[in-house]
Design a protein around this ligand. Structure first.
Ligand SMILES: NC(=O)c1ccc[n+]([C@@H]2O[C@H](COP(=O)([O-])OP(=O)(O)OC[C@H]3O[C@@H](n4cnc5c(N)ncnc54)[C@H](OP(=O)(O)O)[C@@H]3O)[C@@H](O)[C@H]2O)c1
Length: 278
């Protein structure tokens, strides 16, 4: 029996490759997009294995999201797996953000994922089976300068995933985190920086942000997003998946450093770097 998988944010990156790989492997895939033009994102694939796309913005109100999910369940009779993938990064010094920018980051990365979970859970409980895969980040497990707000949203997602995993086990519903490092997707283009309009042009924090933006926009990402798609497929096909999957060499190195290097030394190194940048 074909499993049905619902993935958010399939217009590009991890979501696109995961939807494509799962559809090619025989899964019934529903993928959400925000823009009308992206409904056609899989038209290069043979019609019989094209993931079905539908419009859904995870910042919509809960009712609208629940209604959209219900329509999928009505069509297919089930959703076996939800992949909460849609998200973006807002990078910069914590002290340069406005509350609206922080709220928007949480609206998408945390509340959006929560709303999707809220919409699928009643159905998964009823069918006594379900898997929720939250696409998190290595920065949902450790953080550093400039990542504070993005990490806050992803740490919160990590906490939610850990609780969900144990609570919903009574319904045979599991929750798993994928924690990738840096991958070549549209996320570089979709990374935002605080606009700092509330800070003076001479503000040190503003300058620090600009320098960080310059550095990161020059950095090339080399790892292909297909690796994350393969990992997600493996999780779906594993009888007893782990809680977290670090994907990419950088994620593994950063996690190791976070675990073995004393925090005081990590902070000393970062402070030195920031001082040189300022
Ligand atoms: N790439 C990396 O290095 C990396 C590393 C760690 C974690 N991640 C995480 O991986 C996930 C996927 O990112 P990606 O790298 O594949 O980036 P991406 O190529 O920019 O894809 C992000 C997807 O999320 C969608 N999205 C954004 N806001 C949305 C909203 N409000 N409602 C519905 N969909 C929305 C985007 O749709 P639009 O096309 O309409 O914008 C797009 O389909 C994110 O959660 C990100 O935080 C990425």
């Amino acid at each position: 029996m074909k499993k049905t998988v619902l993935i958010t944010g399939v217009s590009s990156g991890f979501g696109f490759y995961t939807a494509k790989l799962l559809a090619q492997s025989g899964y019934k895939v529903f993928g959400t997009v925000r823009k009308q033009k992206d409904l056609k994102v899989f038209t290069n694939l043979p019609l019989s294995i094209q993931p079905k796309t539908l419009i859904l913005d995870i910042t919509w109100p809960q009712d609208k999201i629940t209604q959209t999910v219900k329509k999928i369940i009505k069509k297919t009779g089930k959703i076996n797996c939800l992949v909460n993938n849609a998200g973006y990064a807002h990078m910069g010094c914590v002290g340069s953000f406005t509350i609206e920018e922080v709220r928007q980051q949480f609206n998408v990365n945390l509340f959006g994922a929560f709303k999707m979970i809220f919409a699928v859970l009643p159905h998964m409980r009823k069918q006594q089976q379900g898997l929720i895969i939250n696409v998190n980040s290595i920065f949902g497990l450790t953080t550093t300068a400039f990542y504070g707000i993005y990490s806050a949203s992803k740490f919160a997602l990590e906490a939610l995933t850990q609780s969900l995993r144990v609570e919903e086990s009574i319904f045979n519903v599991n929750a798993v985190s994928i924690n990738p490092g840096s991958f070549k997707t549209n996320s570089k283009k979709n990374t935002y920086y605080p606009d700092c309009k509330h800070l003076s042009s001479k503000s040190k924090i503003r300058k620090l942000n600009n320098k960080f933006k310059k550095i990161t926009s020059k950095l090339n990402r080399h790892q292909g997003p297909e690796r994350v798609a393969v990992q997600i497929k493996k999780v779906i096909e594993t009888h007893n998946p782990k809680n977290n999957y670090l994907v990419g060499y950088d994620a593994k190195i950063l996690y190791l450093v976070h675990k073995i290097l004393p925090t005081s030394i990590q902070n000393w190194l970062i402070k030195k770097f920031i001082k040189r940048l300022a």
